[in-house]
Design a protein. Structure first.
Ligand code: RRO
Length: 289
């Protein structure tokens, strides 16, 4: 496989973890980093201070239907710890910081803290966390989304960044999002998609599958592939940014579909969560074979 570039990142393999899966603790990040079959590592989305996340059970997997629902609630060890890990890790592959600001003040603080750090290359800014109760997703509110991007671009200067976007279901809205994105020179890549928000299911006992937020959470797994592909295709054709495809990948053929729709690299979420780190080898083999 040929190396690919995602913003300023050069990946010798176009496949890595989705933020949130196997990347919260430093030990997990080390495992991803040392795995021969990952082309990069992205950290769990980070906040200014460490967070425990939501009460458990906060993740559910339906093996029969092959989908997951999560309301993890941003458990993370705090942004500085991830920055520390990136700085101390020898970079034979890109180590990407994911940042999930909980407010405009947090955004300013987090962006300023890494703006001059040369080890933090094109971080992935998550403006699509579906699970913080009482806080709407920034990427669903176009004026606020525009303001966040303006602030990032201002404070970052020439430094590039990626955007983790939610799925869009309305073409007019995604066209507006593309207009905002196309107006920013320093946004270098887009990751499509985060989990599909507001999913809900009941277990056999007819109680919600997860405890937080009355059982509502983000949907992942095989069934979101067509939604991910439609977003990848739309953002690939309506912007000039590098696209990282994320969503619904359970086999090598799914990676080919993401690439055919315009992705340059892909991230693995639910399948990695369920199958562990050896999943990368299987997916790479299936993709190449
Ligand atoms: O931690 C979470 O609840 C979470 C995040 Br930040 C996200 O971006 N996407 C998701 O499905 N869960």
């Amino acid at each position: 496989m040929e190396p690919v570039t995602i913003g300023r990142h050069v990946l010798t393999l176009p496949i890595y973890n989705a933020s949130g899966v196997h990347c919260t603790e430093k030990g997990q990040l080390d495992e991803l980093y040392h795995c021969k079959y990952t082309g990069a590592v992205v950290t769990k989305s980070s906040t200014v201070y460490a967070r425990e996340g939501n009460p458990k059970p906060r993740y559910y997997f339906d093996a029969h239907r092959s989908y997951s629902i999560n309301s993890s609630g941003l458990p993370n060890i705090g942004m500085n710890k991830y920055v520390e890990w990136i700085c101390e890790t020898r970079r034979i592959k890109p180590c990407i910081l994911s940042v999930a600001p909980l407010s405009l003040d947090d955004l300013k603080h987090q962006i300023t803290a890494v703006a001059d750090n040369v080890a933090i290359i094109d971080p992935e800014i998550n403006l699509s966390c579906p699970n913080i109760v009482g806080r709407p997703q920034v990427a669903y509110d176009i004026p606020i989304f525009e303001e966040y991007n303006r602030i990032i671009a201002e404070r970052f200067g020439e430094k590039g960044y990626g955007l983790k976007l939610p799925p869009y279901f309305d073409t007019t809205i995604s066209d507006n999002v593309c207009d905002v994105i196309n107006a920013i020179n320093t946004n270098s890549y887009i990751t499509c998609i985060n989990s599909v928000p507001n999913a809900f299911d009941l277990c056999d006992e007819l109680v919600p599958t997860i405890a937080p937020n009355s059982g509502f959470g983000g949907l992942g797994g095989r069934c979101i592939l067509p939604i991910a592909l439609s977003n990848v295709r739309r953002f690939a054709s309506s912007t000039k940014k590098d696209i990282v495809g994320c969503g619904g990948i359970t086999q090598g053929g799914d990676i080919k579909k993401h690439f055919a729709c315009g992705a340059k690299a892909v991230q693995i979420g639910t399948s990695l969560y369920e199958n562990g780190i050896n999943d990368f080898r299987r997916l790479c083999d299936e993709f190449v074979g």
